[in-house]
Design a protein around this ligand. Structure first.
Ligand code: SAM
Length: 189
């Protein structure tokens, strides 16, 4: 397959925007796969801030980092990503969101449109020029389509002078497969 799969493409975007020493965000830590991926990219001088509202996710993410001996490269926070600005004030090179619920956990605990959009807004204010926010949109679950539509409406209004907004999606796959929205800051306001 020549076309990159959606999750591969999301990782490609993170690789292209993150370098040693950067501060980055995993807005939905879950089982910590993306936090670990980012911890490998930022090096010993960098820092990943990872957020989740579930204790189980914070523990899973912390354990995954510890097993990889990379605990010192991340701060795992038990709080909603809508509160990001309470914890971070330095410039951010990249952020990733995986919207939806934690696989293998309570399917009622899902990301929600208002808090997701609030978090995106906070991150865009901190984002460096050429920094990228990656949203992996899962929309097959209850509430997923509402969140998808509200997020698309919001990102579509971002001014082109300051942000490039892209959607990367396979159009002929069955069962509501996830897709990527990426936002690159091109100019400081
Ligand atoms: N990236 C994760 C991984 O590698 O396993 C999967 C993330 S999962 C699809 C979505 C996560 O978002 C869940 O763990 C859920 O608890 C979390 N979540 C829901 N609302 C949140 C919020 N307001 N702030 C931060 N995390 C939230």
């Amino acid at each position: 397959m020549k076309l990159q799969r959606v999750l591969q493409y999301a990782q490609h975007l993170l690789i292209s925007s993150v370098t040693n020493g950067d501060t980055v965000i995993d807005a939905t830590a879950g089982n910590g796969h993306d936090t670990l991926f980012l911890a490998n990219l930022v090096g010993d001088q960098g820092q990943v801030f990872a957020f989740d509202v579930q204790q189980q996710a914070v523990e899973a993410t912390t354990n995954r980092l510890t097993e990889a001996n990379l605990g010192h490269r991340a701060t795992v926070i038990l709080d909603g990503h809508e509160n990001i600005s309470k914890y971070i004030s330095t410039p951010v090179a990249a952020a990733i969101f995986n919207l939806g619920y934690l696989p293998g956990s309570d399917h009622a605990i899902i990301t929600k449109p208002n808090t997701t959009i609030q978090a995106i807004e906070s991150i865009l204010a901190l984002l460096k020029v050429e920094g990228i926010v990656v949203l992996v949109i899962y929309h097959g679950h209850e509430g997923g389509k509402t969140e998808r539509d509200e997020v698309i409406n919001y990102v579509s209004t971002l001014p082109q002078k300051y942000f490039h907004v892209l959607q990367y999606q396979f159009l002929n796959q069955k069962n509501d497969p996830p897709f990527v929205i990426a936002i690159e800051k091109v100019k400081e306001k």
